[in-house]
Design a binder for this molecule. Sequence first.
Ligand code: YRO
Length: 311
Amino acid sequence: MTDPDLSCTIAGVRFPLCIMNASGALCVTREELEALGRSGAGAIVTKSMTVEFRKGNPEPRYYPFSGGSINSMGLPNLGYQTYAELIPALKAFKKPVIASIAGLCEEDFPEIARAISKAGPDLIEVNLSCPNIPGKPQIGYDFDASERLIRKVRAVVDRPMGVKLPPYFDPAHHAAMADVLKRAPVDFLSLINSVGNALVIDPEKESVVIKPKGGFGGLGGSVIKAVALANVRAFWKAFDGRIPIIGVGGVTSGTDVFEHLLAGASAVQVGTALVEEGTGVFDRLAAELRAVLAKKSYPSSSAVVGRLKEL
Ligand code: YRO
């Protein structure tokens, strides 16, 4: 049989490979973004951008361990105007460019969204894991704030837009966010952001492993795969498979990609494994996924999407 086709189409945009970087992973600077362009990655996703340049939190702010990673980067990024200037050059790599936008408050989002949409990325990914009013949970855990924000961004962009959601752990929360997205539709979902406010301890040193927030940070990597798969599956079902999903969380092998596809993802993003292995990870994952699909006689990655069996 011929080689399985690993391309995909999301919101009308064709990706040469259904595997790309997760926002945050090796995608802050011009050099990093160009390296993603030259790599086997199926797209270039930017770090979430804010209104102004940000240095981010004090180091150490990222720590890898056997099962994954913990981070509290604090949104280090060049500021949206610099990314707006970079986007035309990034499009020369002939793969989709996804601009991730963030904000320190709700009002930041429309300003960034309007300008970045004009710069012409193929897709806009709105990071809902952003601070809200102090004392309130992040926007993604505030369903009214999420709906307001999606409406405000949608009104000022003329590009396909999606939301990057935090993990939910209760079916009532999946249902509440799905209802928001039915009232305020988006073109795709990226699921999930890191599992927030985890704590990793080094027992030898009797210490936390990252400096910000007393050691609390977002968990990524293998240890969150099951949480990511559950969120992909829950939203796939809530939309009867009618919304494109990018699965994020715990992808370190071709089999992990295959599991995300079964759950309902059309593509996957890679965070921790990219940071740990470098941009060669995309070619390795593509080769491993090709082998899994060939062995199972699937003609393409798209033929797998959502086909998880239940007992
Ligand atoms: O610390 C980060 O920049 C960060 N890390 C993540 O794992 N996910 C994110 O969405 C972000 C940026 C947003 C925030 C956590 C700083 C509010």
